[in-house]
Design a protein around this ligand. Structure first.
Ligand code: DAH
Length: 355
């Protein structure tokens, strides 16, 4: 019986000590596998004397059952431990904030165009568009710019190359957004209220000029729209754009497409070499404007005896520089990612009027 107890202790011990599935299988084979110790002893029962078999038989059966039960329990325990280990190893905190990825930014010019669209949109202006490659009729003639006008000279305008035999009308890179006035009037008729932001091109390149830049055009035509409406709309716009009341000053000027014409300055101060809009008694010229010339209304298909209105054109790049303190115009178009990262806007910062 001592031998039997030792046998039992050895096998149950080996099962309990099995650290993984392989060790457990080894312990099973050693005990109750075909050539296992307990299995062999059971096979020897046949050669025993009946008296001996009477005690050894049930004892061996009980031991085999006990071993099977121990194997099962150990297998379950190893499975639980493996699961625990996996849960521990694969643990992850889903509440951690995401790792920030470097994203592109919205260019200040795009941002300012959106801001303008939001402000003028609240005043009932829709956004109109036109092509950047424009016929010289839309860019000049329709805007009452005479053929001998200096703006048409080669040194200002990019003309598209064209053979003398080419039947197509001459094209230019539009020198201002004003031709969109004509396209919008032709498309919509009167009354109309639109702004047209976009790229324009001039053969000009120095500290404060780039051959491509941006303008925003405004046009409002109705039965009795006046210069007073123009002044209100512009002051309302500048105040919303700069976030503080901004006074304007109108100076008589001349544009072929308006009569009368005015250049508009906004109030600013230059104290300490710092330009501040909306305070002080200095003035900064920011746009051209006026009452739309009857010839321009006619080119747009609108009867100047029934309708009248105002138009204005303003540089967007400088508006962005003024509001966001950007010192150098040329950097706008160099695509330096450091500059874009610094002055650019997050894609989700969509401008709104209340914003
Ligand atoms: N087109 C002019 C320019 O490029 C700006 C301008 C002046 C636009 C007067 C207008 C306007 O609509 O009425 O300099």
């Amino acid at each position: 019986m001592d031998g039997f107890e030792a046998l039992r202790g050895r096998h149950l011990g080996a099962i309990a000590a099995a650290a993984d599935e392989a060790a457990l299988e080894e312990a099973r084979l050693a005990a109750v596998g075909k050539k296992g110790e307990v299995a062999l002893m059971m096979r020897e029962l046949g050669q025993m004397a009946p008296e001996e078999r009477k005690t050894a038989g049930p004892a061996l059966n009980a031991l085999r059952d006990e071993i099977e039960a121990a194997l099962k329990a150990r297998r379950a325990a190893l499975g639980d431990a493996a699961l625990e280990e996996r849960l521990r190893a694969e643990w992850l905190d889903v509440s951690l904030p995401g790792r920030p990825r470097r994203r592109g930014t919205i260019h200040p010019v795009s941002q300012v165009m959106e801001e303008c669209a939001a402000i003028f949109g609240a005043m009932g202006f829709a956004v109109a568009e036109g092509p950047q490659v424009e016929t010289d009729w839309f860019n000049f003639d329709a805007l009452n710019i005479a053929p001998e006008h200096p703006a048409r000279q080669e040194h200002d305008t990019f003309f598209l190359h064209r053979d003398a035999a080419d039947p197509r009308p001459p094209h230019v890179l539009r020198t201002h957004t004003s031709p969109v006035q004509i396209r919008a009037m032709q498309a919509q008729g009167a009354p109309i209220r639109v702004i047209a932001p976009g790229r324009v091109y001039r053969m000009d390149m120095d500290q404060t000029h780039t051959p491509m830049f941006h303008q925003i055009e405004g046009l409002a035509i109705d039965r009795n729209v006046s210069m007073a409406n123009l002044k209100w709309v512009l002051e309302e716009f500048f105040s919303a754009y700069f976030g503080a009341p901004v006074r304007t000053r109108f100076r008589a000027s001349h544009f072929p497409f308006t009569e009368p014409s005015a250049e508009v300055d906004i109030q600013c101060s230059w104290q300490g070499g710092q330009l501040r809009v909306g305070e002080g008694d200095g003035w900064l010229e920011v746009l051209g404007s006026g009452m739309v010339h009857p010839n321009v209304l006619r080119a747009g298909g609108i009867d100047p005896d029934l309708w009248q209105g105002f138009a204005f054109g303003m540089g967007i790049d400088r508006m962005a520089m003024l509001k966001y303190g950007i010192p150098d115009l040329r950097a706008f178009f160099e695509s330096d990612v450091r500059w874009l990262g610094h002055y650019g806007f997050a894609a989700l910062e969509v401008p709104t009027l209340h914003g």
